[in-house]
Design a protein around this ligand. Structure first.
Ligand SMILES: *Cc1c(COP(=O)(O)O)cnc(C)c1O
Length: 388
């Protein structure tokens, strides 16, 4: 008997998603790193490291986790606007591929801490608006991330002062859930112009890191389970001037794991409000905070019933008015039914909390249980026993 709520991961879809990336980068000097912050479940990390991707980390603990789960130290990168001294030490001690520096001050701190040679890249803020949700926009001059392009030369001069720092590349990251390809084209143009400038100064870097951010289709997850990697990588194949012996890195999080995970929850009560019919479920904002945090939409289906349809507001049990998953057109919904909340694989389980001392949602994988088996088990229990 599996307790709800739980995250359910479709490993078959994850595999197809990884293969689609392979198909679209084949023959190009491209390297994909998985952004651990989207989902750091061990089983998922092991699958992705086995697949041969690198790791994009934003904390010291993520570096340690990546290494534990099989990622090669030489394929781990660290970004973050406020790296602590301990996190910098973790990166240096483990000889990771590069520390992506976000300020001139940070260059000095790394040089001071490092007792050996360290590879660093500069994260440049290209001032490009990614036309996504303001809370997940990172590449405009109003955002705290990266070094402004106009300070690039100053940063390079700073690096030159320290013989233990190897300047190996440039890093960019525009934001997340970007579905329009134009910002990525603008980024390529901007990187081309920065590269021409560096070449005029006789600097040729071995690495360019274009960050992550390609979005997923939250509205139609069943029609578009795999993101359009073809259009995404084509932008860079077409517009980015890649130098000889240069590697282009990508840091994909949401697009790798987003559609492979869903949150499965049970209906506790169906309640008639004054004007609204509420489906009160046993998952809340402590399990999946995106709707409360960003007002984001997740498709929802009642997977226990296939008759009728009606609009319900699907809400969690927590004493916060933002603890709602929004309105959903569902089949007839009753106490004990299972709801599937789609597209919850990224920034779902990792952002769960124990507020109200609630349990952390567990993970169930498609190679352990098929969703219909779980449903069947539940239906048998329901017919024998009224309590759930
Ligand atoms: C969050 C983040 C990513 C991953 O973003 P996705 O939208 O999940 O692809 C990549 N790089 C950096 C530096 C990040 O902070």
């Amino acid at each position: 008997m599996i307790n709800t709520p739980f995250y359910y991961y479709d490993l078959n879809l994850l595999d197809k998603t990884l293969q689609s990336i392979d198909t679209n980068i084949k023959g190009n000097p491209f390297k994909v790193h998985y952004a651990l912050k989207a989902n750091a479940e061990e089983k998922i990390l092991k699958i992705i490291s086995d697949h041969g991707f690198g790791a994009d980390c934003v904390s010291g603990n993520e570096i340690n986790k990546a290494l534990e789960c099989g990622f090669n130290h030489n394929e781990v990168v660290l970004a973050g606007v406020g790296k602590s001294d301990n996190e910098i030490r973790t990166a240096i001690d483990n000889n990771i591929h590069s520390i992506n520096c976000e300020s001139i001050e940070e260059i000095r701190v790394i040089a001071e801490i490092a007792q050996k040679e360290v590879n660093i890249a500069l994260r440049i803020n290209p001032n490009i608006n990614a036309n996504t949700h303001p809370s997940i926009t990172t590449g405009t001059s109003k955002d705290k991330f990266g070094i402004p392009t106009q300070n690039l030369w100053e940063a390079i001069e700073e690096i030159k002062k320290y013989p233990n720092l190897n300047f190996i590349g440039l890093h960019f990251h525009l934001g997340s859930q970007i579905t329009d390809m134009l910002p990525f084209k603008k980024l390529s143009d901007e990187v081309n112009s920065i590269q021409s400038y560096l070449i005029s100064k006789e600097i040729k870097l071995p690495h360019l890191n274009m960050g992550g951010g390609i979005g997923i289709d939250y509205n139609s997850p069943k029609d578009n389970p795999i993101p359009n990697f073809e259009d995404y990588f084509n932008v860079f194949k077409t517009h980015l001037n890649v130098l000889e012996n240069q590697t282009v890195h990508f840091e994909l999080g949401r697009s790798i794991i987003g559609q492979s995970g869903s949150l499965i929850s049970k209906v506790l009560y169906v309640k008639n409000g004054a004007n609204i019919k509420f489906a009160i479920i046993d998952a809340g904002m402590t399990d999946l905070i995106r709707p409360a945090l960003y007002n984001s939409f997740h498709a929802i289906e009642n997977i226990s019933s296939d008759r009728g349809n009606e609009t319900y507001q699907v809400v969690g049990p927590i004493c916060e008015s933002t603890d709602t998953f929004g309105n959903a057109l569902l089949t007839d919904t009753n106490r004990g039914d299972y709801l599937k909340i789609f597209s919850a694989g990224a920034y779902g389980q990792v952002l769960s909390s124990n507020y109200n001392l609630r349990d952390s949602p567990k993970s169930i994988y498609s190679d352990q249980y098929q969703l219909d088996e779980i449903l069947l088990e539940q239906n048998e229990r329901k017919s024998k026993n009224k309590h759930m």
